[in-house]
Design a protein around this ligand. Structure first.
Ligand SMILES: O=C(O)CCC(=O)C(=O)O
Length: 371
């Protein structure tokens, strides 16, 4: 019998009690960036950020060297404790918050097995709570229902998401400058992301129960639908698909683990960044499998701040990427993009062909990863 260790990690001081991340597995090379140096406009760090955005779409930011970063880590620690409490609630309480009951809000609880991980419709092995930034800020009227545990901690989530917003706005300013979008333009990237009822931004709590011998992924291969994701995890299991073009001659295209590092979070780009940059920036395909080695006996908690465009923002080239040809084209709004991807991944209505309908921008990187 597998004994699952169900404890949520502490992002601050709990790392030493975790089993080690193995040293003999294929690991993706992800650039490490210092938050302090990035904020100071250090040329080398900006170069690292942009080269990651143009290749793997993933970067690791060390948050220990700024006051904002340390607040973010502290907030993440509180979110992990909240995740443990809320996932511990009885199934019927959680299912009362089920996002499928909330129309097109795409917020609330996603139960174990409620989405698919492959084109055959195999069910996932993860639970998730998506808590809307508008709802947390008290400005949302999303119709999502949240249980009493979450409602009692809205103030903590507010401070976590405010830190996330400040941090991601700092990055969006850099990307806006690269795309030639000035601060007085209506397309200035920070302006396209609000914490109101019309935003897709949310705080996401995730838990994959331990299932060491399973072959299927716990969470499906996907590109993120929105703009930027800030991801905290302490156990391995996250994998990136790296195409041959990003690897050396002695490596093969395929799935590579991302090693969790203390004091850091991963930041990855989503489909909106690909659309706005007309493919210059990449939204990488990633998935979650059982944590490697001894870590597999543990339930895997992770946490994300998802910054997503306001619902009515079009997924079209912006700034210096606008051309005579593409300005005539029709593009989906973010809301249409998200609904298409969400509906195609639902397990309860899944039918042949849905998997293909749920594609994001992976064709710009390595389409074979999701085939
Ligand atoms: O849990 C993780 O490490 C990744 C989560 C993820 O990819 C997602 O929620 O979209």
């Amino acid at each position: 019998m597998v004994v699952e260790n169900d404890a949520a990690p502490s992002t601050l001081d709990g790392w030493d009690s975790l089993p080690p991340f193995p040293t003999n597995i294929p690991v993706a090379s992800v650039n490490n960036i210092s938050h302090a140096r990035l904020l100071n406009g250090d040329a080398e760090e900006l170069k690292n950020l942009l080269s990651s955005a143009r290749t793997t779409g993933f970067v690791r930011i060390d948050f220990t060297d700024t006051e904002l970063g340390r607040r973010f880590l502290d907030g993440a620690d509180k979110m992990f404790k909240l995740a443990a409490k809320t996932f511990d609630l009885p199934a019927e309480v959680k299912l009362n918050d089920n996002m499928l009951n909330h129309g097109d809000a795409l917020l609330g609880y996603k139960g174990l097995g409620a989405s698919v991980v492959d084109k055959d419709g195999t069910r996932d092995n993860n639970e998730q709570y998506w808590i809307g930034c508008g709802d947390i800020a008290g400005e949302g009227h999303s119709r999502a229902i949240y249980n009493d545990v979450l409602n009692a901690h809205m103030h903590e989530m507010k401070s976590f998401q405010d830190t996330g917003k400040e941090m991601t706005d700092q990055l969006l300013m850099v990307f806006a400058a690269v795309l030639g979008i000035s601060a007085d333009s209506p397309d200035y990237l920070p302006k396209l992301h609000s914490h109101s009822q019309n935003s897709g931004s949310h705080v996401r709590l995730l838990k994959c129960p331990s299932r060491p011998s399973a072959k299927a992924a716990n969470l499906q291969p996907h590109t993120d639908w929105g703009t930027l994701t800030v991801l905290f995890n302490a156990l391995g299991g996250l994998q990136l698909y790296l195409p041959q073009s990003l690897l050396g001659p002695d490596q093969e295209a395929g799935w590579y683990y991302v090693k969790p590092e203390r004091g850091t979070a991963l930041v990855n780009l989503g489909d909106a960044m690909v659309s706005w940059s007309d493919g210059e920036f990449k939204s990488n395909i990633h998935r979650v499998v059982a944590p490697p080695g001894e870590q597999a006996q543990w339930a895997r908690y992770s946490l994300a701040y998802f910054t997503r465009p306001n619902h009515d923002v079009p997924m079209k080239p912006l700034g210096r990427k606008i051309t005579a040809a593409n300005s005539e084209e029709q593009y989906p709004t973010f809301k249409e993009w998200a609904m298409r991807r969400a509906l195609a991944g639902r397990a309860d209505t899944f039918k042949k062909g849905d998997w293909e309908k749920g594609q994001g921008t992976e064709g710009k990187l390595a389409v074979e990863a999701r085939a």
